[in-house]
Design a binder for this molecule. Structure first.
Ligand code: GGG
Length: 353
């Protein structure tokens, strides 16, 4: 949505489950510190909400986002690994309902994070609406009484083309910013899945031929060897574009080489709306302890502000994070002794726009 810089942003706050309830307020604190006028609108969703009310994504949340918000900050969701009657992942549903077709995940080395490899600066562009996440699953039983489970994996030319354009536009913009040639790596498994991944591959390659992208280097990487390369040579990536599930998997792997999931943000973007969230999940093992690393969510809030035109505030937030990391004012996962809340307060104190 178009907003003017002086306008008060109306941002949906959807902590959802587990540590989402700790990291989202921490990020709100930092956004307020950089002086962006924001009215936060608290919204419900999540598995815990489902357990109390029988619905994971209330229609009122969707309606409020569409009618009354400029963007949203989402925490995390704890969908169980077994089937629960009437339950379906609210974040997967939200991405589809708001047509947030691009999941943009920057993965960047931090010089002051001990477990971060140096020199990594890439963006994973994950298609966000189809692939196996169309969630069309079926259970049948053979004549001999054995169960067979089947899932539809939908890849369309339309969705592949629009995610390809996002990836190439980001590569063009990064080439300009970093003053070096841009590169897009197409992640697929078309050697085994020539129809579905074949369509993704050929559609992205067709987009790459557009004149606006003539200076962008194009390469392909099978998803399995992409995982390998993420661990041995992550510095060689610029922009990666992937179908939904591959993008989901490779971004957790990429988080590992820059210091962990506590650091990596994402923005679910459509043509006129953004829902930012950390890449990590709800971490039930540490939920309620006030020790979760808030940086991924604070960075997600920065991505959201950037997409809403508040570049200066977004840069101030990243500078605040870097200063906190330099001073070792971090949560336990990064070797520090800050709580979720105090880590955010420290970042806020260094992040002056
Ligand atoms: N903030 C991202 C997040 O919550 N990731 C976990 C995830 O995607 N889970 C899917 C689900 O629980 O429905």
């Amino acid at each position: 949505k178009k907003t003017r810089l002086q306008d008060t942003l109306r941002i949906g706050s959807i902590p959802a489950d587990g540590i989402g309830k700790e990291v989202v307020p921490a990020a709100q604190l930092v956004v307020e510190a950089v002086g962006v006028p924001v009215k936060w609108i608290s919204l419900d969703a999540g598995f815990e909400y489902f357990q109390r009310h029988g619905v994971a994504l209330p229609q009122s949340t969707v309606d409020t986002l569409i009618n009354s918000c400029d963007g949203a900050l989402f925490g995390a969701v704890s969908s169980p690994s077994h089937r629960v009657e009437g339950y379906s992942s609210p974040i997967v549903a939200l991405r589809k309902k708001l047509d947030l077709f691009a999941n943009i995940r920057p993965v960047i080395s931090s010089p002051h994070v001990p477990r971060s490899l140096p020199g990594i600066n890439c963006v994973i562009v994950r298609e966000n609406t189809e692939c196996l996440y169309v969630k069309e699953e079926q259970l049948t039983t053979t004549a001999s009484g054995h169960k067979v489970a089947t899932a539809t994996r939908r890849i369309s030319q339309e969705a592949s083309a629009r995610i390809a354009k996002v990836a190439f536009d980001i590569a063009v913009q990064r080439a300009r910013e970093f003053k070096r040639p841009g590169k897009v790596t197409i992640v697929h498994k078309a050697n085994v899945l020539p129809i579905t991944d074949g369509l993704f591959r050929e559609t992205v390659l067709a987009v790459s031929k557009e004149s606006a992208y003539k200076d962008i280097i194009v390469e392909e990487q099978l998803v399995d060897s992409c995982v390998y390369r993420t661990f041995i040579d992550p510095q060689s990536f610029d922009v990666l574009v992937a179908p939904n599930m591959y993008g989901d998997i490779i971004s957790d792997g990429a988080a590992a080489v820059v210091g962990g999931l506590g650091l990596v943000p994402s923005a679910n973007s459509g043509n006129n709306f953004v829902v930012a969230e950390p890449v990590h999940g709800s971490a039930p093992d540490i939920a309620g302890l006030n020790i979760a690393n808030p940086i991924a969510t604070i960075r997600a809030a920065g991505l959201m502000l950037q997409q809403l035109g508040h570049d200066k505030a977004a840069r101030a937030i990243e500078a605040g994070i870097q200063e906190s990391l330099r001073r070792g004012q971090t949560t336990k996962d990064l070797g520090g002794s800050e709580s979720t809340h105090s880590a955010a307060e420290k970042i806020a104190s260094h992040a002056v726009a």
